[in-house]
Design a protein around this ligand. Structure first.
Ligand SMILES: C[S@@+](CC[C@H](N)C(=O)[O-])C[C@H]1O[C@@H](n2cnc3c(N)ncnc32)[C@H](O)[C@@H]1O
Length: 158
């Protein structure tokens, strides 16, 4: 099984790039991982047309999703899960030989409804809202944590 992270735009801060690089490398000890950054739509003007931004970014994100992929949408209003539950979710798909899980993170203005509709699971990392760049790092850490739980390795100290 392969993991894909679909994100909007590049990481602007060096500390986030370093963190994402670190956790991406850790995840890749267990499963192949591809991080795809689609182009961020320009906001322009004082009153950005957020619906247009979400729609355009949504088209770019969906174009990268394989038909056979299980899609996990990241949204603060989604389902809250413990790290153990996320580990179980990953393990279930590994056992079922799901070819790919695509995790989709929205941009600064979130995700279009069309993208949400493609989700097999809408996942919340917290009730709080993070920047899309920070959410990328937190998601990768949770995927790594989940994979260490699946392997019964000492990272998740419970
Ligand atoms: C700044 S947030 C967008 C907030 C926007 N108000 C919305 O309606 O979605 C950017 C992206 O980061 C991710 N994100 C931020 N906080 C999150 C959380 N607590 N749980 C899951 N994803 C989150 C989501 O993918 C979201 O689309």
């Amino acid at each position: 099984m392969k993991l894909k992270l679909l994100c909007v735009g590049r990481l602007s801060e060096a500390y986030l790039r370093a963190g994402v690089e670190d956790f991406a490398a850790r995840v890749q000890r267990y499963l192949p991982l591809e991080i795809i950054e689609i182009k961020e739509e320009k906001a322009g003007g004082r009153k950005p047309d957020t619906e247009r931004i979400r729609a355009r970014e949504g088209e770019r994100l969906l174009a990268k999703v394989a038909d056979a992929a299980q899609v996990v949408i990241l949204d603060e209003g989604g389902r809250r899960m413990s790290s153990e539950k996320l580990a179980q979710f990953l393990e279930d798909h590994m056992v079922r030989a799901t070819p790919e899980i695509a995790f989709i993170l929205g941009g600064a203005y979130g995700l279009a409804e069309a993208v949400r509709q493609r989700g097999n699971l809408i996942l919340s990392l917290s009730d709080m809202t993070f920047t899309h760049q920070m959410a990328r790092l937190f998601l990768l850490e949770q995927i790594y944590r989940g994979l260490t739980i699946v392997r019964n390795e000492p990272y998740h100290n419970r």
